[in-house]
Design a protein around this ligand. Structure first.
Ligand code: GLU
Length: 529
């Protein structure tokens, strides 16, 4: 069989992680069988339509490397791939159902339908369309529709029996037909409903496997009735488990509880490989239980029957851990550097054309970061000679002034700036002064980076190289000397108090002078009189 799967997102906002998840599984299944993966835009809900959304969803798939074989802007034999451009097709297909008596025009107004529901509620019977439009004679229905009276078109559904389908993961699912109440196929605005367009398109686009989120299970019997009305073959259905919030009740993933926007993960510096790997483990696992694998490996082993319905929890902390693994040791160093470069450029860092330096910096930092964003933050001092000193670093530099002055001299005389030479130099220095190593390492690290949270001092010295090391130690010492009064809060308070006292004294003197002047003026006024 020539497998065709599809992802059929509605353009209603920021690309959702659920779309990436369902897309990934459809992609993997199609590719596993040498089939096609179709992208179809379900944009018939004009109230919720967001024009920018289509491009953003396509861009998300491109970023993830889940390239559709057919879709808007890509083309394919069964386009167009936007439902809003297929209205003629839906019209032609609904005409077929009307002619065969499987569908009918219904003219109830919104108020009438509301009254019907109120009445059903009062009587305690099932809520839903009661099929009243069927009793209007066919002739009259046609005449009123032709005359332009507002209407919808509904599917005729059986009253007795039940309708079922086989779900790849759930087995047999059956629903009593009494629960399916002549659903609308074409809305009053002339647009098809989700059910109608979805079935017509899946058929015309030759979709063999419908893999979609669990929430559509209850819609599927309606779809089956439509396939039957058309006399079409029903595709294989596979409803994927819903992603869950990591809360106690494991509720359905939602933007209110969790960041679900793929664009936002991307902006945090999650790499697409990590997101794909993480999503792949939502309900699915490699046959050998491996936790880290790439898209190709997933494709090679993907079997939807191995999906478990246990309600996979979408835990952002876990995603960050997976991402950290990719940055640390799954992606090659050069690859991480390529990913990081645009970020570093955007942060305005200098010295990025020194490729070796860039690689060295990333090499020491990548074991310590979870995202590209962290990497950029952590690498700031490496690319910015005017890095700020945090409070802790200031203290360490101030306490280690003597050691820093000595090391400045020693480093200036060191020939080779490699790991062994730097280690030896530091060891010798500590031994000769009979001090403990941290008393030297802490101030040096603080001086070189402006923070005490930094990688190994030897790594720092080797990567920065002689020119930067000397310049940075010099700068740290100069800053400390210049900044000393500000650094001492009691000193600052004393200066402020002195200043306040001086201002008060001046104000008092000023007032006294004014009083004296007034008194004098008054006296002379009296003598004038
Ligand atoms: N447009 C639907 C959605 O946004 C498609 C559901 C389906 O795959 O049938 O999820």
């Amino acid at each position: 069989m020539n497998v065709v799967t599809r992802i059929a997102p509605s353009p209603t906002g920021d690309p959702h992680v659920g779309t990436a998840y369902v897309g990934l599984f459809n992609y993997a299944f199609a590719k596993r069988h040498g089939g096609r993966f179709v992208f179809r835009l379900e944009d018939t809900d004009r109230d919720r339509y967001d024009a920018a959304s289509e491009a953003r969803i396509l861009e998300m798939f491109a970023w993830l490397g889940l390239d559709p074989d057919e879709g808007p802007g890509i083309g394919g034999p069964n386009g167009p791939y936007r439902q809003s451009e297929r209205l003629d097709l839906y019209r032609a297909h609904v005409d077929r159902l009307l002619e065969a008596g499987h569908a009918y025009h219904a003219f109830e107004s919104a108020e009438e339908l509301e009254e019907m529901r109120t009445d059903q509620r009062r009587r305690g019977v099932g809520i839903g369309y009661d099929g009243r439009g069927r009793s209007v004679p066919a002739e009259e229905r046609r005449r009123r529709a032709d005359a332009g009276e507002p209407h919808v078109i509904r599917l005729v559904t059986p009253e007795d029996g039940d309708t079922g389908f086989h779900d790849l993961l759930r087995g047999e699912v059956r629903v009593p037909n009494s629960e399916i109440k002549d659903p609308v196929l074409i809305k009053a605005d002339g647009y098809p409903t989700y059910h109608f367009a979805n079935v017509v398109d899946d058929h015309l686009m030759e979709v063999t496997h419908v893999m979609r989120a669990e929430e559509w299970v209850t819609s599927t019997p309606i779809h089956v009735l439509l396939y039957t009305a058309f006399g079409w073959e029903v595709p294989v259905f596979c409803h994927l488990p819903l992603l869950r919030n990591p809360d106690e009740n494991k509720t359905k993933i939602s933007k209110r509880k969790l960041d679900t926007s793929v664009a936002s993960y991307r902006a945090q510096g999650i790499v697409p490989e990590a997101l794909l790997n993480f999503l792949a483990t939502m309900g699915w696992s490699m046959p050998d239980g491996r936790e880290f694998f790439d898209l190709e490996e997933m494709v090679a082993h993907f079997d939807p029957e191995r999906i478990s319905l246990g309600g996979p929890v979408f835990d952002l902390r876990k995603l960050r851990h997976v991402n950290a693994r990719y940055l640390r040791d799954i992606l090659p160093l050069e690859e991480v550097a390529d990913r990081a470069r645009p970020w570093l450029e955007a942060a305005g860092y200098d010295g990025l054309d020194d490729e070796d330096y860039l690689l060295d910096v990333i090499d020491v930092l990548r074991p310590r970061v979870e995202t590209l964003h962290d990497l950029v933050e952590r690498s700031r001092p490496f690319f910015d000679d005017a890095y700020p000193f945090d409070g802790e670093a200031r203290k360490k530099v101030a306490a280690g002034q003597q050691a820093l002055e000595d090391l400045e001299r020693e480093f200036s005389m060191l020939d080779l700036f490699d790991e062994d030479a730097v280690d030896d130099l530091l060891d010798d220095y500590v031994r000769s002064r009979e001090i403990k190593k941290p008393q030297v390492l802490m101030p040096l690290r603080a001086a070189l980076m402006g923070t005490t949270q930094a990688p190994s001092v030897t790594d720092l010295v080797v990567i920065l190289g002689r020119r930067r090391v000397l310049q940075r130690i010099g700068r740290a010492l100069a800053e400390m000397t210049a900044a000393l009064p500000d650094d001492d809060p009691s000193e600052a308070e004393r200066l402020a108090a002195e200043e306040a006292a001086r201002a008060e004294a001046e104000a008092r003197a000023d007032l006294a002078a004014k009083i004296e002047a007034a008194r004098r003026a008054a006296r002379s006024g009296r003598s004038d009189a």
